[in-house]
Design a protein around this ligand. Sequence first.
Ligand code: BMP
Length: 260
Amino acid sequence: NRLKLSFIERSKLAKNPVAAKLFEIMSAKQTTLCLAADLTDATKILNLAEQVGPYICALKTHIDIIEDFHSNFIEPLKDIAKRHNFVLFEDRKFADIGKTVEFQYSKGIYQISSWASLVTVHSLTGKGVLDAIKGATGNPERGVFLLAETSAAGSLITDSYTKSTLKLASEYPDLISGIVCQNPLFLDNPGLIQLTPGVKIESKVDNLGQQYNTPDLVVAEKGADVAVVGRGITEACDPVAAAQLYREMLWKAYSKRIAV
Ligand code: BMP
């Protein structure tokens, strides 16, 4: 049961190199916090990344929401990630046919494969997407998080879709870093990482269907390894203090979970 194992033990069981690295970072920095840096201003993202860098294991972007995106945004972001030892994660949620995803992953103005070690993928279109990502040009150190469940109210994802997603993941052990989900689904595969978004200390929902759980609940009861926090940090009066608080609450819950 992965919930009882430490991240350092699990790093040795991970078949995907980025997953192994993420486990090691979590263990070394004592943080399971992934910041969803959902800001539309490039400089604001860089400033926030620099400030909260010590408290996060990964920084998740939606690169296509940045209004002043320029390729010269990427180098400083990579530099901050390197200095503070966190992973860059583009939440692109690829969902097209393989050939199109190959272009979307490596080409265009974002050239995601050149800088993001992690990306998210919908399982909807099946194997072709994963084959495309596996074979595309770019940094060879890459990992995929497959979306098996969502935090969105009224989602069309069914139990059988979730199950098939886990089966697909098992067919690509060297590529799949983990699963984006809301429940402890794959207890028997400790090498995979459970990434859970929809985490906030207060406010149970937003006005567009987002549903939140508290840091303690997602880790203790829902099986989250990495917790994604966006507006809980970006919209806090003091984002750095908020990041520190989330990190501390999440780490405490994880420590308690493996101790019991
Ligand atoms: P926030 O904490 O501000 O609600 O942001 C959540 C982040 O996680 C967003 O970037 C969103 O795209 C992402 N996300 C989510 O909220 N639910 C999912 O099921 C999957 C996601 O990637």
